[in-house]
Design a protein around this ligand. Structure first.
Ligand code: PLP
Length: 397
C-alpha cells in the first residue's frame, strides 16, 4: 500500500479527502421509489397500512421470531425490552461498564439498579466470564450490546441465563444482519432490539424494533404501548423506506466486512491502533469499527488530538463512549470488580464510522494515509521541536 508523506491538514497540508466523509444515507433509487409509491397510494399520511405490516413480517421471518414489534427508536426499544422482561423497581440489570449511555438510563428509568461488569481486553465488549459473579437474587436481566464490531461470548451468556432463569436482552442496534456463533444477531436474546436511527446501517432517521419469541414478553410490551392507542409507533412512511434497505443489508455487510479485513491487515503494522478482535465463529456487521488506541505508538499524541488530526483529513473517526462508571455517581450503580478494562476503553476507544467501509480499496488506503500522517507529524502535532524520533517501518510504505 503506497502512502504519501504529506503534512497533516491540521498543520496546513491538503486533506486526504477534501470532500469529507461519504454521506449517509447514500442516494438509493429503491428508497426513492418506495417514497414515490407511499406518496401515490396515500400511505404516507395514514396510521396503519401495508408498510409496517410487511416490514414487521420481514423482520420476524429473518429472525425466526413470532413477534417483531416496531417502535420509535432503539432507545425506546431497549426500554420496552426491559419492561417486557418484567424489570421493576428494586431489580438489578447486569450490563457492561462500557456501553451505550441510554441503556444505563433506561435501567434507572424503570427504578432498577445497573450492575456494571468489566469488558474483555480483546474487544472491550462485555466480558462474559464476569457476569456470573455479578448475579444476585435481585438480578432480573442481563443486557448485552454488540459494540463497534465486537461481540461478547454469547453462547456462554445464553447458557448462564438459561441455567439461572434470567432474561437475556440483546442490543443488536449496531449489528443488524450479522452471524454470531452460528446464529443471526438479534436471535440470542429472549428479547432483542434494533435501531433504525439516522446513523445506523438501516435507517429511517428514527425508529426501532423489539424481537422476541416469548408471548409473555410481547404481551407486556403491547399492554404498555397500546394505551387505547399506540404510544411508541413507527410510521408507515418510515417502514416504507426501511424495507428496500433491509433487502440490501447482507450485500452491504459483506462489502463492509471485506474492507475491514483489508484495513485490519494494513493496521497490523500500526500496533497503536488495534481493531476490536473477536474469538470464535463470528461475522460481525460494522456500524463502527472499534480501534484500541495507544498514544505511546503515536509519539504520545493524546487521543483527542489524534481524532482532531484524522478528522481534518476528511475521515469520520471519533472517540468512543464514556464508560458508565466514570460519568455516573457510584450511588446509581453497583460495580463488579475494579472495571480496569472499561476504564481503558473510556480513555482509548476510537470508532471509524461505517460509510467509508462501503467504498473501495482506495478509501481504505486513504484511511491509512490519514493515520500515517499523525505518526509522521507526532512532534509537531504535540508542539515539540525536532525531527521524527523514530524510523517508520519500511514495509508500511
Ligand atoms: C444507536 C444505538 C441504540 C439506540 O439508538 P436510537 O438512536 O435511540 O435508535 C441503542 N444501543 C446501541 C448500542 C446503539 O448504538
Amino acid at each position: 500500500m503506497a502512502l504519501i508523506f504529506a503534512r497533516p491538514a491540521l498543520l496546513g497540508g491538503t486533506p486526504v479527502c477534501p470532500d469529507g466523509p461519504p454521506p449517509w444515507p447514500p442516494a438509493d433509487p429503491d428508497v426513492d421509489a418506495a417514497l414515490q409509491a407511499a406518496l401515490a397510494d396515500g400511505s404516507w399520511g395514514r396510521y396503519h397500512g401495508r408498510h409496517c405490516e410487511a416490514f414487521s413480517a420481514l423482520l420476524a421471518q429473518e429472525h425466526a421470531c413470532t413477534h417483531a414489534l416496531l417502535c420509535a427508536s432503539g432507545t425506546a426499544a431497549v426500554e420496552l425490552a426491559l419492561r417486557g422482561a418484567g424489570v421493576q423497581t428494586g431489580d438489578e440489570v447486569v450490563l457492561a461498564a462500557y456501553d451505550f449511555e441510554a441503556n444505563f438510563k433506561n435501567v434507572l428509568l424503570l427504578g432498577a439498579t445497573p450492575v456494571l461488569v468489566d469488558v474483555h481486553p480483546d474487544n472491550w465488549n462485555m466480558d462474559a466470564s464476569q457476569v456470573e459473579s455479578a448475579l444476585s437474587p435481585k438480578t432480573k436481566a442481563v443486557l448485552v450490546s454488540h459494540l463497534h464490531g465486537g461481540v461478547s461470548d454469547l453462547p456462554r451468556l445464553r447458557e448462564l441465563c438459561d441455567t439461572r432463569g434470567i432474561v437475556l436482552i440483546e442490543d443488536a442496534c449496531q449489528m443488524p444482519g450479522a452471524t454470531l456463533f452460528g446464529r443471526r444477531s438479534g436471535t440470542w436474546g429472549d428479547v432483542s432490539v434494533s435501531s433504525f436511527g439516522g446513523s445506523k446501517l438501516v435507517t429511517s432517521g428514527r425508529g426501532g424494533a423489539v424481537l422476541t419469541n416469548r408471548d409473555d414478553i410481547a404481551q407486556r410490551i403491547r399492554l404498555y404501548t397500546q394505551r387505547g392507542n399506540e404510544s411508541y409507533p413507527l410510521s408507515e412512511l418510515q417502514a416504507a423506506v426501511l424495507l428496500p434497505q433491509w433487502l440490501k443489508l447482507a450485500e452491504r455487510n459483506a462489502t463492509r466486512a471485506h474492507n475491514v479485513s483489508h484495513l485490519t491487515a494494513a493496521l497490523t503494522l500500526f500496533p497503536g491502533l488495534r481493531p476490536f478482535a473477536n474469538t470464535g465463529d463470528v461475522s460481525p456487521a460494522y456500524y463502527k469499527l472499534g480501534l484500541q488506541y495507544d498514544p505511546a505508538f503515536f509519539g504520545d499524541t493524546p487521543r483527542e488530538r489524534f481524532v482532531e488530526t484524522v478528522r481534518a483529513e476528511g475521515i469520520a473517526i471519533d472517540a468512543g463512549f464514556r464508560a458508565l462508571h466514570r460519568t455516573h455517581s457510584a450511588r446509581r450503580y453497583r460495580a463488579v470488580g475494579p472495571l480496569a478494562e472499561a476504564t481503558k476503553a473510556d480513555e482509548r476507544v476510537l470508532t471509524l464510522h461505517h460509510p467509508v467501509l462501503l467504498g473501495t480499496s482506495e478509501d481504505v488506503r486513504q484511511v491509512m494515509e490519514a493515520v500515517s500522517r499523525c505518526l509522521r507529524a507526532a512532534d509537531e502535532l504535540n508542539g515539540r521541536p525536532g525531527t521524527i524520533p523514530f524510523t517508520v517501518p519500511k514495509e508500511l510504505w
